[in-house]
Design a binder for this molecule. Structure first.
Ligand SMILES: Cc1cc2nc3c(=O)[nH]c(=O)nc-3n(C[C@H](O)[C@H](O)[C@H](O)COP(=O)(O)OP(=O)(O)OC[C@H]3O[C@@H](n4cnc5c(N)ncnc54)[C@H](O)[C@@H]3O)c2cc1C
Length: 447
């Protein structure tokens, strides 16, 4: 090994608190891969396990693409119970509740309903925002580091911001009330008239002419991009850094001694571990349970549609349509729209009426996209949603070396890289870049 390389490694290990740990990260979605990256950066010996045949094949596969610091408010809010009732029984409703004979679902729902208050929502906005801003900083650091050491992690990134559009003046006014709070926390947003929305994103012309836009809020510093491309490229990068990525390895249990986990079991192997991170998306619930920890995370199913996008017919600015309940991102020569939320268990069957409702909303907003509707690619995935709308990050349960990085719900791409960095600091005992207290599992014991 070259002397310069040894120096770099020594510096990293010193930064990590002085010793190299053997760390197993379970799950190679956006959360697990960024966690593996941050731990490898700090000089640790990391093994990354995933049950699938590669990285980014579950919920991180085809999400809405928004890396939206302006979008961090939890879904639970005072309007939600009314909306669910209004849409009850409609197959294509943006929100759907399918009650199961599953106590985990009922407990989660009860917790979620207690969060449907303006004050509860407000309580989570600033912690989530801090994590979103850390995510931006870490993504910039990853870009700089990969560019200098190998090749940049390209993922059809766009930096034209996110524009939220509102159909009704009262919804616009309500949303605008938060701008000042966000500004004080470091996020600039601008209120735009309907005309200004079209000036920023000319593809909104038809909606403007139909009188469908009451106004918009633009966050110029927000970004968008393809989470799966990023996850796959970063998974290759961490392997270059020495992480052992083992695909097709489903974790089935743990070896323990006293208050520590000593190994992670798959069907074929036992991986020795000084520390274990569970970042397995919705699969974390079962894994955590095996380790004696119950987490208030439940799948919330969503759909996305990807269309070919040429020229100016498709928008270039990432959009959130508050009335249609969809998010839209331009990913290079594709347009991705995502939406719908269904609390109905773990099935990933693609139901065409629900998938079509996302396509129809896209074509309704951008009528010319109807010409390419026949090429639509439909996808469905399960958001690992915590009941309060913030992820669960940090040590959990009676095993002192067991860590969680999960529950990111609709915000895994927005909060992923920051969550990984903050958790890596906690595991290494180095100076934290972010206070993890608001994200600890203990918060659920208090509410
Ligand atoms: C329709 C939709 C739109 C979305 N839009 C956005 C958006 O615009 N912006 C945003 O920020 N977020 C968005 N999200 C949310 C975001 O995609 C998720 O929060 C994120 O992908 C979760 O990442 P993850 O790594 O936790 O989970 P996953 O990507 O699911 O990764 C978990 C991994 O763990 C593996 N695993 C599970 N169990 C085991 C086991 N026992 N052993 C080994 N491996 C296991 C799985 O195979 C999987 O690869 C959206 C989600 C959906 C569904």
């Amino acid at each position: 090994m070259r002397a310069s390389m040894i120096k770099v490694l020594r510096r990293k290990v010193r930064a990590s608190g002085g010793f190299t740990l053997k760390i197993v990260v379970v799950g190679a979605g956006i959360i697990g891969v960024t966690t593996a990256y941050e731990l490898a950066e700090r000089g640790h010996q990391v093994t990354l396990l995933d049950k699938r045949e590669g990285a980014g094949l579950e919920t991180s596969y085809a999400n809405g693409g928004q890396i939206g610091a302006s979008e961090v408010a939890p879904w639970a809010g005072p309007e939600v119970p009314g909306l669910v009732l209004r849409w009850l029984g409609r197959a294509d409703a943006p929100f759907r509740l399918r009650l199961k004979a599953d106590p985990d679902q009922w407990i989660w729902l009860m917790r979620f309903l207690t969060r449907c208050r303006a004050s509860a929502r407000a309580q989570r906005i600033l912690p989530n925002l801090a994590l979103a801003l850390l995510t931006r900083a870490r993504m910039d650091a990853i870009a700089a580091q990969t560019e200098s050491e190998s090749s940049p992690v390209a993922f059809d990134e766009s930096r034209k911001g996110i524009l939220q559009i509102f159909h009704h003046a009262h919804a616009f006014k309500e949303a605008a009330a938060n701008i000042e709070t966000m500004r004080r926390a470091g996020l600039e947003q601008t209120m735009l008239s309907a005309r200004e929305c079209v000036d920023l994103e000319p593809a909104l012309g038809p909606a403007f002419q139909k009188g469908e836009i009451a106004g918009g809020i633009h966050c110029p510093s927000d970004r968008s991009g393809d989470a799966q491309k990023f996850t796959v490229r970063l998974a290759a990068e961490v392997q270059r850094k020495g992480v052992a990525f083992i695909a097709g390895a489903e974790v089935t249990g743990f070896e323990t001694r006293g208050d520590r986990i000593t190994g992670v079991r798959t069907r074929a192997w036992l991986f020795g571990a000084d520390a274990v991170v569970l970042a397995a998306g919705v699969g974390t619930v079962r894994l955590a349970h095996m380790a004696g920890v119950r987490i208030p995370v439940y799948p919330v199913k969503g759909y996305s549609v990807t269309l070919p996008a040429a020229g100016d017919v498709a928008p270039r600015v990432s959009l959130t349509d508050e009335a249609r309940k969809i998010v839209i991102s331009r990913l290079g020569d594709r347009l991705r729209t995502a939406g719908t939320a269904e609390v109905g268990g773990y099935d990933t069957d693609l139901e065409m009426p629900r998938a079509r409702s996302v396509l129809d909303a896209t074509v309704d907003l951008f009528p010319q996209m109807g010409e390419v509707a026949g090429s639509a690619e439909f996808w469905t995935g399960l958001r690992p949603m915590s009941s309060d709308g913030s992820p669960i990050i940090g040590q959990a349960g009676r095993f002192t070396n067991l860590y969680l990085n999960t529950g990111h719900g609709s915000l895994g791409w927005t909060l992923g890289a920051g969550s990984a960095a903050a958790l890596a600091d906690a595991i290494c005992g180095t100076r934290p870049q972010l206070d993890l207290t608001p994200f600890g599992i203990k918060r659920f014991f208090l509410t």
